[in-house]
Design a protein around this ligand. Structure first.
Ligand SMILES: [Zn+2]
Length: 431
């Protein structure tokens, strides 16, 4: 067991090992989707309802969410096996956008009277946590790691291998769990509110995001689950990530509530007693005797019959995005790249390192021999050109320069470091 996690910190090792032991004693679950909620559900709903009214009245602005996809593979070449190709990952993001935008001419379009365009889009992150350009894809070889049982806390485990700041990125992991098709598709972390007095978010802070079983990720001709092969698992899990419940119930997140529960707190999704398997219009019936909304992304029907988020669901997701911790901050994340359009993001020269990034109150610039010669001038300015910090000094060998950023909050700075020997630019986020 210990060898599986030999690369992790000692504390993580103890924590994970104990989880493995406890998970091993539990029966295998046949849930296809799990959602972890970290606080009292009734209070969360009351908090949400109070804000939904405001959100529903607002003009819908287009929200963008930066996504990082961590591909946990087993040593295959890129595009082979479950080391998904960039094309498959990009196709998955395209599906997500078609579904959330109810885009005409795609499987995500519908003419349902309660269906809507969420005005939420997803982009692969353009800036990585160090401020450098990225394609939003991280590949990690986990060959030496045993495939976990499916009732294991897969998001927590995945986050040990690769995890970007959840305030700036929607983390999505994909790995093959080597299980029969349809048994387990994905899992998501539910948002938390910032209500005072509620259980804090330690667990989610350390592992917030979405896990998708590799055969259910993206669009492809091979290595894909035959019934869940259109990228809708991520659409469904992203719904949870933004606060949606299954259409059949609320008090348990992967169980069945029956007609007596509070449902999903959305008035325009007919209450159903259970989930749909397959893609049949014959049933189940809604609790009011009418047809069940099997086309809703928050059912468990097959990918091919899904095409619908309702207006109430959309209001709920947008309310979470406007208010919840680790969701609201995604909308202004520098990872979107919008703030630095047209500006060279990084021209790092050898021997210059800027840390930490993001920074609070101060940043450090270390320079080695190659970057240090004569007088050095460091300037931090906004993408619009406003200079906020500057420093000029004689450079000494292997020096580290400290610069205070007190008074600067939630800004992206371009740090320009010039010496007679070198010139470099680094993007820094100040929190
Ligand atoms: Zn679900």
């Amino acid at each position: 067991m210990i060898s599986l996690y030999s690369m992790k910190s000692f504390l993580s090792l103890i924590f994970i090992s104990s989880l493995v032991l406890s998970a091993g004693s539990q029966p295998v679950s046949d849930d296809r989707c799990k959602v972890t909620r970290v606080e009292d559900s009734d209070r969360f709903e009351r908090w949400l309802v109070g804000k939904q009214d405001l959100s529903a009245r607002k003009q819908k602005t287009l929200y963008k969410i930066p996504v990082v996809v961590h591909v946990l593979h087993r040593g295959e070449a890129i595009g082979e096996g479950f080391n998904h190709s960039k094309a498959r990952i990009e196709a998955q993001i395209r599906v997500l956008n078609e579904d959330f935008r109810r885009k005409e001419g795609t499987p995500g379009f519908n003419v349902h009277p309660d269906g809507g365009d969420a005005q939420i889009e997803f982009v692969l992150a353009k800036i990585d946590p160090d401020g450098n350009p990225t394609d939003g894809i991280v590949r990690i070889d986990v060959t030496s790691v045993q495939v976990p049982p499916i009732n294991f806390n897969i998001i927590l485990q995945s986050s040990q291998y690769s995890y970007w700041n959840p305030n700036e990125y929607a983390n999505v992991w994909t790995m093959d769990l080597a299980i029969p098709p349809g048994l387990f598709l994905g899992e998501a972390r539910f948002p938390v509110s910032n209500l005072e007095g509620l259980r804090n978010d330690d667990d989610s802070q350390n592992a917030d995001g979405i896990f998708i079983n590799a055969p259910n990720f993206g669009l492809a001709k091979t290595n894909i689950d035959p019934n869940f092969n259109m990228g809708r698992t991520l659409t469904h899990e992203m719904g949870h990530f933004l606060g949606l419940l299954h259409i059949w119930g609320a008090t348990t997140f992967d169980g069945v509530d029956g007609c007596s529960s509070n449902g999903d707190y959305c008035n325009d999704t007919p209450m159903v007693s259970t989930y749909t398997s397959g893609c049949t219009s014959a049933g189940p019936l809604a609790c009011n005797g009418g047809p069940a909304m099997i086309g809703n992304y928050m059912d468990w029907s097959n990918d091919i019959c899904m095409s619908l988020f309702t207006n109430d669901q959309i209001t709920r997701m947008r309310t979470v995005l406007e208010n919840s911790v680790r969701r609201k901050s995604l909308l202004t994340s520098p990872a979107l790249g919008d703030l630095v359009t047209g500006i060279p993001v990084s021209e790092i020269s050898e021997g210059v390192k800027v840390f930490p990034n993001p920074a609070v109150d101060r940043i450090y610039i270390s320079l080695n021999d190659k970057a240090c010669e004569g007088e050095i001038v460091i300037t931090g300015y906004t993408p619009s050109g406003e200079i906020l910090i500057t420093k000029r000094m004689k450079c000494a060998s292997d020096m580290t320069v400290e610069m205070e950023t007190t008074g600067i909050r939630d800004r992206v700075l371009i740090l320009d470091i010039k010496s007679p020997a070198s010139s470099s630019k680094q993007l820094v986020v100040i929190r």
